[in-house]
Design a protein around this ligand. Sequence first.
Ligand code: PEP
Ligand code: MG
Length: 581
Amino acid sequence: MQKLQGIAVSPGVAIGEAFVLDNEGFRIPHRFVARDAVDSELDRLARAFDETRAQTERHRDTVARELGAQYSAIFEAHLQMLSDPQLRAELDASIRERHYSPEYAVSRVLRRYAKVFQSLDNSFLAERSNDIVDIERRLLRELLGKPREEITNLTSPVLILAYNLTPSETAALDRKFVLGFATEIGGAAGHTAIVAEGMEIPAVVGIGPFLNEVSGGDLVIVDGNSGTIILQPDEETIARYRFEAEQDRTRHAKLEALRDLPSQTLDGTKIELMGNIEFPNEAPHCLERAVDGIGLYRTEFLYLGSEGVPDEDAHYQAYAEVVQAMQGRPVVIRTLDLGADKLVGRDPTPEDSSPLGLRSIRLSLRNVPLFKTQLRAILRAAALGDVRIMFPLISAVHEFRQAKMIVADVIDDLLESGLPFSRNVKLGMMVEVPSAVIMLDQFVDEVDFLSLGTNDLIQYTLAVDRGNKDVADLYSSSDPALLRLIDMTVKAAERKQTPVSLCGQMSGSTTYTMLLLGLGLRSLSVPPSAVYEIKRVVRSVTIEQCRAVAARALSMENARNIRNFLKEELKKVLPEMDDQR
Ligand code: PEP
Ligand code: MG
């Protein structure tokens, strides 16, 4: 049994068989094959060698023809290795005698060779270890077919263990068969984490290298509450987790009783609880939990999930579905929060993926036809209900004004078109860049509403990449600088009575509910899975109590102490509640 610690990003516990994807997306299958399959597995390995050799010869010939024979020497080295009788004998023996699968044998033996080369005190030979890794990849490709294809075609329940899952891969997971997942990289507020929470799949990210320790079919526990994963758990641990999972189910069933009770504090202050969604099919989950509306619809997932660029109709269909599902409740549609790479369909350059680069509203303002397509669809969907538009990553007042002018243009176009739409749509912005907080006295004259996006506000205030596990310990929702920025925002909004909500992930963590109410927030937009727990805290506290908690937290100087303090205060009102996030 081996216990590993990562970052808990989506709660719940899952126990099941591992489905392992390595860093190139190859599935590392079962370690063993059945005794009577040994001969056919040896044949499969032989065919993979033959095909890899033939491919290498083709590459060698092409390079020799195009560049000259001296450049094709590298392929000769690969061919030598692929024809090495000792290597084949070792692989065959592992399959015949130890009943290893060919994939497992190839990975194990070639990785050992690569390690030996790497450890030699000779830079030429150390470099050769890359060639061995390359041969391993190519043999695996032959043995396994296309990487990654399989995660969308699962037929039995598994836990996915991977180097990484992109947000769109996560979104494409089949909830029926994926019990949970764990990844080597990734940070607390990356979009993979957000999608996992939206889909209610227990998940742990940022564990660091561990895939070499597991193989497909091993029993694994993913504990999305504490951020641990357990490889090959013993009987006692399995029993303990099964018991906890049962308790979790009972707790959830109890929480459901809160559905029809009002979201208000003990002293009768109403707290608006909205839902955050990424996909239209999440809207009914929000409604089931009796939310007051959708406080954040992240529309960029329309792009992440599709091959080409969605047209106006695809936008409209998605928005109409959400608006209709919400039956008259407000729906805040956030315009595209994408990076340039997603729109041109190429591999991202470092500039594209920089969180400081051309993304989000900046991209929309530079690409007006694209922006207008989305705005037309939103205004048309607004004819079906209470739709509001929110602009992301606003950092200067002129950006908001420019966006507003483009909305006015779109209204003119729609008037001419004769299509049904609504022009009475409130326009608001995310407060997620420190400059927006600093300049908020100017923004409040322009906007209809504000929503604090703490996921980015933390990243930009503390200069900590939200998706990077190596700095995950510096990324904290209890940082004193963040608390002050929230405080400044709420106060600036109060001066003009501008409605302000908070839709960053911290709104869904019970640790912060008292703090946020104490800072003056009366509206929270949370992942659907967190609605009941947040309501439970709301219904257990008074505003006065929360104000005292917030005042004390604001006077403290380090994130860890603030977090511990908030957890203790929560324990005082709800002793059994312990939110790890
Ligand atoms: C945020 O930044 O807090 C937010 C809600 O938006 P996203 O996580 O999509 O950047
Ligand atoms: Mg954001």
